[in-house]
Write a protein that binds this ligand. Structure first.
Ligand SMILES: Nc1ncnc2c1ncn2[C@@H]1O[C@H](COP(=O)(O)OP(=O)(O)OP(=O)(O)O)[C@@H](O)[C@H]1O
Ligand SMILES: [Mg+2]
Length: 268
């Protein structure tokens, strides 16, 4: 009996997985960079906290010994300690949110078809893309009232990450990325707009082709939009298109049916 020959090239699912792993690698480096700042701030606050706590205990021990009220300096120190603790809390929140974004993205496979609030998914994914943006890009989040959508959340998070990273990379210096959601007929519409360099007319027809990239060798694989299109159109039976004005910016429109059409056909 002959075994059927295995295809020599990776199928689209394997390709998508390889691309995801490569993206995780690139993102991890950025995430590490991003969480180093809040960790540095917690560490240095901690040293200051230790010193002030020593001073505070001495001041309080003195006043107990003398039977007097705690000196004003002790009260000042308490205020300083409180504000340092508040800064530490912010730093910890920042770290947790970046890690949460990474966790959503790293899950191994496409997961289950389930109901998901795309606003929540975008918020989580933006925490990751934020590592790419740093302080260069300002973000406008315009979330509409939308129902939960029947989708594969991990795959949709990959779609948003690809579009958000592309938007960030299209902006050379400073600019704005706007994320807007709304309901449109039986779909949720997600629009991601950047004020970047735009898509040249001669590239418009090719940007969803696997391997098409205008980025330097080693920076872009040209697979991001091909995989994005596959997840939106083939897996979710949605649509993706874009408007772009060279020199002014680009908007990608993703429309995902609120009910996954395959599960509707199963029910009927
Ligand atoms: N928001 C955008 N603004 C301008 N050009 C874009 C935008 N999004 C995509 N493009 C163009 O489409 C090309 C293909 O995008 P795609 O995401 O598939 O690959 P890539 O970003 O080049 O590489 P990778 O995603 O693997 O890092 C990009 O190289 C760029 O020329
Ligand atoms: Mg890309």
């Amino acid at each position: 009996m002959t075994e059927q020959a295995k295809p020599a090239v990776a199928d689209s699912r394997q390709l998508s997985e390889l691309y995801r792993m490569a993206s995780v690698g690139r993102l991890t480096a950025k995430v590490v960079h991003e969480i180093n700042t809040p960790i540095g701030s917690i560490r240095s606050n901690n040293e200051v906290l230790g010193r002030w706590l020593d001073t505070l205990s001495k001041l309080l021990a003195d006043s107990i010994e003398k039977g007097t009220a705690p000196p004003a300096k002790a009260v000042d120190i308490l205020d300083t300690l409180k504000s340092l603790a508040a800064v530490d809390k912010l730093a910890c929140d920042r770290i947790s949110s970046v890690i949460r974004g990474l966790k959503t993205f790293v899950r191994v496979n496409e997961g289950q078809l389930g109901r998901m609030d795309l606003n929540d998914l975008l918020r989580d994914t933006l925490k990751l893309a934020g590592c790419e943006y740093r302080r260069r890009i300002s973000l406008v989040e315009d979330y509409g009232e939308i129902p939960e959508v029947e989708c594969f959340p991990q795959l949709m998070s990959q779609v948003f990450l690809n579009l958000l990273v592309n938007a960030g990379q299209a902006i050379e210096n400073e600019g704005t990325v706007t994320v807007k959601t709304s309901v449109e007929d039986a779909c949720v519409h997600v629009a991601i707009t950047d004020t970047g360099k735009g898509i040249a007319p001669e590239h418009r027809a090719r940007i969803f082709s696997p391997g098409f990239t205008t980025k330097p060798v080693g920076e872009g694989t040209g697979l991001g939009l091909a995989i994005t299109r596959e997840i939106v159109v083939d897996t979710h039976l949605g649509t993706i298109d874009f408007d772009s004005v060279p020199g002014q910016g680009t908007t990608f429109h993703v429309r995902i049916p609120i009910e996954h059409p395959r599960s509707i056909s199963k029910q009927s």
